[in-house]
Design a binder for this molecule. Structure first.
Ligand SMILES: Nc1ncnc2c1ncn2[C@@H]1O[C@H](COP(=O)(O)OP(=O)(O)OP(=O)(O)O)[C@@H](O)[C@H]1O
Length: 675
């Protein structure tokens, strides 16, 4: 039944008039637009599907999530549809733009504390909702916090969000290494135990620093170094000396979020009760303090783009050589399975721009090299910028990078940081050939379910959901196989499927399991539009770093771990590796395989119950309905009956198995049919 007050947004491009560009990101360009029949200004995110061949899964997930969420602090999608080879996502127009844009335009040194408290309280409310519904955002940062003309704050960008689910007594943690390096929690980088909602709390802490200083800690460094620093250094924080303008409660709140051990971080719900948020004000306050006097969003955006382009040109020459060299050296060292510490140290020492640390980390309060095990006494331990500068100047290149501590740091990690980082470079030139034949795979975020609406909201919106189903789900791109890189998630071992097409009856059998340690990496190392697969452009982004990492734990279980344990030349254990280093990795592999086996058995059972035996070839809809019936009251689908969430969950499950041949052409046809 349709909700009486629900607006129906048209699903045809000719009903919209595109105005100026107001934003762009890794995957899309966002326009201000007019919805002609409703005479309403909206924002439209336009994604060129032809060129998005390396992240269709992210797009699908994003649109799904946006169409299901129902919270005042989360940016929803009104509707979405394809137009030519583009996907259009129609959303409310957030005239203030993102907090990042606002800071860049008018507050380069960051916001005042009450503004930060107000913004973060709203973001936290959104996180409480997402977490309560089993969702991890995974990309909380100022660039994804949008403000509308009334000062309402909404968290946006669900392109990399993920869903946790609890099936019986087993709670699944995410195992995908995804996010934007500066904001990424250490456990997300580490990969061993997966991660959970607490990863968002870390990102929120980093976002707090970003809003306080105008930029995130380590933001000027290339991703590789950001990862190393996050893993090795004490957590960043607000410095008592430099950040005198901020209250003790703000410093405490940040420190509470930025604890390396996720278990020691508060839940979003608990954090919301922190006394820092008592300083939060109204939306009006935001309008008067940060929005008043700003130029229209489109104009600001245009100016920023011009500035960014100029900066890039200026810095290109400066960064290009150094950056390319350091990255190449890392790639060489890592993808050659070289885990000889001395070797890696000397390669790492090629990164030399640590000398300006006093201008960067210390401005962030994150340049301290001292360790801080927990939040207590956070700033007493911190070095002043002067101290850091002096000690760095006196140090050897290795000291400057903290490389003397590498060994110690490694020992304290269940997976060594460089091992974790290895996956990032699977796309390196050397590996392309090897990966070629198996470089296609499919996503395994497929156990993720969208259980986003509370049952009450579901009831209230039952009509709306049904009504929207045809419109919105019709726009959900069926999961397609990236043409170039492999996507994978935690449900299935990504690298266990043959890349051969599923075309006939024989192929309907489950894909051949074939443990191969091929390319699983996906996602840009650097800021890089999704249409660009050219890794050569990476260095250009050293200055403007907005790209995301996405590597799955499968790298680390089937390849990463093995690679570092066994010497490629001898096939035996590497002489440098101790039993205590090997054991956790082996246990992890075992655990992963057990989980995957369980999933396979469960899904085989489901499939056996269906009478439709042609679903792999004849379209997903048949499979969805067959499987929806079969899974009515089972496993992870329990509790989402009758909702389109369930369909989506089932669809995700199927796609995990069946979509080896989901070419873009197919799913676009499927979208047109209005599945
Ligand atoms: N509804 C909106 N109203 C106004 N501006 C928006 C809206 N949605 C997005 N933007 C702007 O467009 C930018 C890019 O949008 P978005 O983050 O969705 O794209 P993306 O490709 O997913 O980006 P990312 O690089 O974070 O992955 C945002 O940072 C924001 O400034």
């Amino acid at each position: 039944m349709e909700h009486p007050l629900e607006k129906r947004y048209p699903v045809s491009a000719q009903d919209y008039k595109l105005y100026e560009e107001v934003g762009d990101g890794v995957s899309a360009t966002v326009f201000r637009a007019l919805c002609i029949p409703l005479n309403e200004i909206v924002a439209i995110k336009v994604l060129d599907l032809e060129k998005c061949n390396n992240d269709l899964d992210g797009i699908r997930r994003e649109v799904q999530t946006m169409s299901l969420i129902d919270h005042p602090n989360l940016l929803p999608a009104h509707c979405s549809f394809t137009a030519g080879h583009c996907l259009w996502v129609v959303m409310p127009y957030m005239a203030g733009g993102s907090c990042l844009h606002i800071m860049k335009s008018a507050y380069p040194e960051g916001f005042e504390e009450p503004v930060i408290a107000t913004l973060l309280r709203e973001v936290l409310k959104a996180l409480v909702y997402l977490h309560a519904h089993g969702h991890i955002h995974r990309d909380v940062k100022a660039g994804n916090i949008l403000i509308d003309s009334n000062g309402a704050v909404k968290l946006a960008d669900f392109g990399v969000s993920a869903c946790m689910f609890d099936s019986g007594d087993r709670q699944r943690s995410r195992n995908t290494f995804v996010g934007t390096p500066c904001w990424m929690a250490p456990e997300v980088m580490q990969q061993l135990h997966g991660y959970d909602f607490k990863a968002d709390i870390w990102s929120l802490g980093i976002t707090a620093l970003e809003l306080a200083h105008g930029h995130a800690p380590f933001s000027k460094y290339p991703p590789m170094k950001v990862l190393l620093m996050t893993l090795q250094n004490a957590p960043p924080g607000l410095d008592y000396e430099r950040d005198k303008r901020f209250s003790k409660s703000f410093k405490e709140m940040v420190a509470t979020c930025l604890v390396k051990d996720p278990k020691k971080r508060p839940t979003s719900e608990k954090l919301l009760k922190h006394h820092f948020f008592k300083h939060a004000r109204s939306y009006d306050y935001l309008v008067h303090t940060i929005l008043d006097g700003l130029a229209p969003l489109g104009e600001r955006f245009r100016l920023l783009k011009t500035k960014e382009a100029d900066l890039l040109v200026q810095n290109k020459a400066l960064y290009e050589d150094k950056e390319q060299l350091s990255q190449q050296e890392y790639i060489k060292g890592i993808s050659a399975w070289n885990f000889n510490l001395e070797d890696l140290k000397s390669q790492a020492a090629l990164i030399q721009d640590y000398d300006d640390v006093s201008n960067a980390e210390d401005q962030d309060g994150s340049g301290k090299q001292m360790d801080r095990s927990d939040v207590d006494g956070l700033s007493e331990e911190r070095m002043s910028p002067e101290t850091v500068t002096t000690s760095i100047a006196a140090a050897s290149p290795e000291d400057r990078l903290g490389l003397h501590d590498l060994e110690g740091s490694f020992a304290s990690f269940p997976i060594k940081p460089l091992q974790a980082l290895k996956g990032c470079f699977d796309i390196g030139e050397d590996d392309k050939g090897a990966n070629g034949s198996n470089g296609k795979g499919f996503t395994g975020s497929e156990s993720e379910q969208l259980i986003l609406k509370s049952s009450r909201a579901m009831d209230q919106n039952a009509g709306k959901n049904e009504g929207e189903d045809s419109r919105q789900s019709s726009s959900l791109p069926r999961q397609a196989i990236p043409e170039y890189k492999t996507f994978s998630g935690s449900l299935m071992p990504d690298n266990t499927f043959s890349s051969r097409k599923v075309t006939g009856d024989e192929d309907r059998n489950f894909p051949q399991l074939k443990f191969q340690s091929d390319c699983i990496y996906s996602g840009p190392l650097y800021r890089q539009r999704r249409e660009t697969n050219n890794t050569d452009n990476a260095s250009e982004s050293a200055v403007v770093q907005r790209g995301r990492f996405k590597v799955t734990s499968a790298d680390l279980s089937s390849k990463g771990a093995t690679n570092c344990i066994f010497s490629p030349s001898t096939g035996g254990p590497s002489p440098n590796v101790t039993a205590s280093a090997i054991l956790p990795s082996l246990q992890y592999i075992l655990q992963q395989n057990t989980v995957q086996r369980e999933e396979l058995i469960r899904l085989i059972k489901y499939l056996e119950q269906t009478s439709d035996t042609t679903f792999f070839c004849k379209g997903e809809r048949t499979a969805i309905s067959a499987l929806s019936a079969a899974t009515e009251n089972q496993g992870p689908c329990r509790g989402i009956a009758k909702s389109k969430s369930k369909k989506l969950a089932v669809r995700e499950t199927i796609t995990c198995f069946g979509q080896q041949q989901s070419l873009k052409k197919d799913w676009k046809a499927w979208i047109r049919e209005g599945a």
